[in-house]
Structures are given as C-alpha cells and as structure tokens.
Design a protein around this ligand. Structure first.
Ligand SMILES: Nc1ncnc2c1ncn2[C@@H]1O[C@H](COP(=O)(O)OP(=O)(O)OP(=O)(O)O)[C@@H](O)[C@H]1O
Ligand SMILES: [Mg+2]
Length: 466
C-alpha cells in the first residue's frame, strides 16, 4: 500500500512538473529528463560492467572468469547461444550471443548476466565486448563478497579441468590488445623428428626449469628461460614450440615485432602477458633492424644528438630495448616465463643475442636424419621400428647422404595411406632431389674452376705487363 501511495504522489509530482516543463524546455530534451526521472526512481537494480580489456590494454582476468563460468549456466531461456568445440575440448563450449542474457541463482537471490558486443563505428578499431552483471541494489555486498568469489573459484576449476591452451596474437584492429584463439597444435615431443638425445636434453631442461621455483628464488634470478631455435625452413622450429607448449601446458604469446612501433608499445605488450607462458618471437633476424642498435651506440658518443637519439628510440623498436626489457622489468614481475627466438640464419644475428647467458639454450634444428625419418614414418604411416619396411635401408642411406628437411619428408609421406606407395614415392623424390643437388654441385664446381682459371690468366697477363 505504502509503495502504491508513494508511486501516486511521485507520479503526480512528475506530471505537474511535466506540464510546467512543457512550456519552457524543448521537446527532445524533455523526453530524456522525463524518462531519466522515472527510471532512477524505480530502478532498484545495479549493474556492474566487466570489460574484456582494462584501460591500459591488458586482458581483464574477471572477463575470462565470467566467460568460463557462464558456460555451465546457459539454459533454455537464452534464445541465441554460440557453440564451439576443438578436438582437445571434451565437451561443447556454450557462450552467450550478442545481447543475450542468462539468469543465475546464488544463495537466495538472482542475478542476471548480459553479453554485449559493440561493433566499431569506424570499421578500424576492435570490437568492444563486455558482460553486464545486473542485480538488486540490496545484494550489493553479497555480490561483491561472496558471489564474485564463487564465480572466480568455479572458473578456476573449469580451467584446470579442461586445460585448453591458448595462443595469443596481437589484434589486427587495435594493436594494443592480445587476442586469443585455442591452441590446437598437434605437435608433441613424441611426434617430433629429432635426434633422441637432443630431444631428451630439451625435455630434461624444461623439467628442471618448472621444478626449480625455490632455486630461482634462492639465487635471486628471474624464473625464466630463453631458447634460441635456429635452422633452415621446414626443420621443425615452430613444431618444437608447439611441442613445448603441449608438454608444459603453457599458453603461447606470438609476438610479431613488426607490428610494434616503439619500445614503449613493446613494454606494454610484454607486461600484459601472463605467467606460465611462452613468448615467441619468430624470425628475429628479419623482424628487427640490427642497425638500430649499432646506430644507437654510435649516436651515444655525440652529446648534441642525444635528444635526436631519444626521439628515435621512441619511434622504433630496438634490439637493445627488447633485450633490456626481457632481462629487466619484465622478468622481475613474472614467473615461469619462457622466451623463444627463432631464426633461419644464426650467423646474421646480433652478437648481443648470442652472448653467453642471454639465451640459455641454443638448439640447432637441422636436416632430417635416419632416426628422424623413422619417427615421421611412424607418425604418418604407423610403421613401428620393430617391423621396418624393405625400402627403409635405401631411404635411410639417401637421407643421411643429403640435405632434406623433415617438412619435405613429411610432405611425401602424406601422399598415400598405403605405406608401400608413400615410401616408394619418398624414395623417388629423394633420388630426384639428390640428382638435382649433385648437378648443382657439379655446376658450382665448374664455375669455381673456371673463375680460378680466368683469375690466374689475368694475374699472369698483369705480371707480363709489369
Ligand atoms: N622436426 C620435425 N618433426 C616433425 N615434423 C616436422 C619437423 N619439421 C618439420 N615438420 C613438418 O613440417 C611442417 C613445417 O615445419 P615447421 O613449421 O615446424 O618448420 P619451421 O622450422 O618452423 O620452418 P620456418 O623456418 O619456415 O618457420 C610441420 O607442420 C610438420 O608437419
Ligand atoms: Mg616456423
């Protein structure tokens, strides 16, 4: 009753005010004021907004928790639901579609979650995604103290039960953000074609790394480890990174340095990566102008150019910027970080990167060997070591005598499910490739001899003249 009478007197006041307002306030503005007065009087609801990214561009951990938590909460009342599943996920993933709601009950009250996705008006920037948590004002304390804690705890359980790895890349639209997709790299140490001793050394190194929390603390070193993978294209550098992530159950951050315009942006990007992750910078020789660093060093000799130097550093990503940051600030605020650099040309790298202590392990990913071939044959054709195929001897002999990448061998083995057909195809491919290589070698030797001869005769002529 009392609510009704309050409503009646409020409505009367509003109506009275409205008729006065009609005379002095323009129609459009009047409409907004009226609806605002009505909604604020009646609204007993409170809304919390959980945006995907924080203001500084870091992924909001609460958003991730909410996303996981709501998976189990979506029921028949939600009209539009997004479904997803990857081979590694045991169950189908449900998530709210744009502008959809779900009601959740906690203790003796209800809350409502709504998912909102706003397309950018300029078509350039990233979509803005957030969840709204809507509930009665009177539950404010409980929502903050217990409901949200329950959401986080449940999300943690879901995450640890599922162990879905993610790969983060920098957003195409707004380079400020990392965007994640489920990492579904099939590579494991078992399927990796590598010398068994090398493989074991890497796995032992990783095992030791994850177990040594106390050691790193005791010696005052950051709990991080760096690997430099080098070798020709198609020898398995990216596959090894996938195998490492699967082995450790770490997420990957794939950093394209060319997408970063200066050291400040680099710093921000690195600071917004999470623990237990692998930071990957592929083709480090191509992605950084090594001259940058040399130029910096030269310029530091001249006092007059120090402001110019500063401006330049602000405008570019330098190797020294990257290394300083990896060694310094970033290391001191994270745990269980792995950094992997890859290159096709180790000799092109800046000595600063190769300096002892910089990268903990240098791993040479090289051409296919006989034992690498056996692993690939087991992966693709299911042939076990105990019962080798009759063509094995000839194939192994050829592989050991030439430079052929595991990618090339794998490509041939995929051609047929029939082991004999695939192996015969590989044998023919190897023979052709060897002939091609031998011909090239002969040609190169011929040119070398000819050049030598020409030089010699030139030298003689010159001697005769003098
Ligand atoms: N050592 C390996 N073990 C198993 N498969 C391999 C290996 N190397 C290459 N492959 C196969 O070849 C494909 C390409 O290899 P990958 O991308 O790992 O090579 P990469 O060394 O990273 O090459 P790039 O230098 O061009 O990046 C892989 O998807 C995989 O199927
Ligand atoms: Mg690669």
């Amino acid at each position: 009753m009392s609510t009704l009478s309050t409503y009646a007197s409020f409505a009367a006041t509003v109506m009275f005010g409205r008729s006065i307002a009609e005379q002095i306030i323009p129609k459009q503005i009047r409409k907004y004021i009226f609806s605002f007065l009505m909604s604020s009087f009646f609204s007993s609801q409170l809304t919390f907004v959980v945006e995907e990214y924080t203001e500084v561009g870091e992924r909001n951990q609460i958003y991730e928790c909410v996303e996981l938590y709501l998976r189990d909460k979506i029921g028949p009342e939600t009209r539009s639901v997004r479904l997803s599943k990857t081979p590694k996920q045991k169950t189908t993933g449900f998530s709210l579609d744009d502008d959809q709601e779900v009601t959740d009950t906690f203790e003796n009250f209800n809350v409502k979650w709504r998912y909102v996705c706003i397309e950018p008006k300029d078509g350039q920037s990233a979509e803005k995604r957030y969840y709204q948590l809507i509930f009665h004002k009177k539950h404010r304390g409980k929502v903050i103290d217990s409901y949200l804690a329950n959401v986080y705890a449940r999300a943690k359980d879901i995450k640890s039960g599922e162990k879905v790895l993610k790969i983060f890349t920098r957003s195409q639209h707004s380079h400020k953000f990392w965007e994640s997709t489920i990492l579904d790299h099939p590579s494991t140490f078992e399927t990796l074609a590598m010398e068994p001793a090398e493989k074991k050394a890497i796995m032992d190194d990783l095992d030791l790394f994850v177990q040594r929390k106390e050691f790193y603390k005791k010696v005052g070193k950051a709990w991080k480890r760096g690997y430099l993978l080098y070798g020709p294209p198609g020898t398995g550098k990216s596959s090894l990174i996938g195998a490492m992530a699967n082995y450790l159950q770490y997420n990957i951050y794939d950093l394209e340095l060319t997408s970063i315009s200066n050291n400040t942006e680099l710093r921000k990007a690195l600071l917004s990566t999470s623990n237990r992750s692998i930071l990957v910078i592929e083709d480090i020789d191509c992605s950084l102008e090594i001259q940058n660093r040399e130029a910096d060093d030269e310029e530091s000799d001249e006092d007059s150019s120090s402001s110019k130097k500063k401006t330049k550093q602000q405008q570019t990503v330098t190797l020294s910027g990257l290394l300083n940051f990896i060694d310094g600030l970033w290391s001191s605020c994270g745990d269980q970080r792995i950094i992997v650099f890859t290159t096709n040309y180790k000799d092109k790298l800046d000595p600063a990167l190769l300096r002892p202590g910089r990268m903990d392990m240098h791993i040479n990913m090289s051409y296919c060997t006989a034992s690498g071939f056996k692993i690939l044959a087991s992966n693709y054709l299911g042939i076990q070591d105990s019962s080798p195929h009759p063509l094995y001897g000839e194939i192994e002999g050829l592989i050991e005598s030439m430079e052929v990448t595991p990618a090339q061998v794998a490509g041939e083995l995929q051609v047929s499910n029939d082991a004999h057909v695939a192996l015969k195809g590989l044998l023919d491919f190897l023979k052709d490739l060897k002939k091609e290589n031998d011909d090239k070698k002969k040609e190169a030797e011929k040119t070398k001899k000819l050049t030598k001869k020409r030089l010699l005769s030139l030298f003689r002529k010159k001697k005769e003249i003098t």
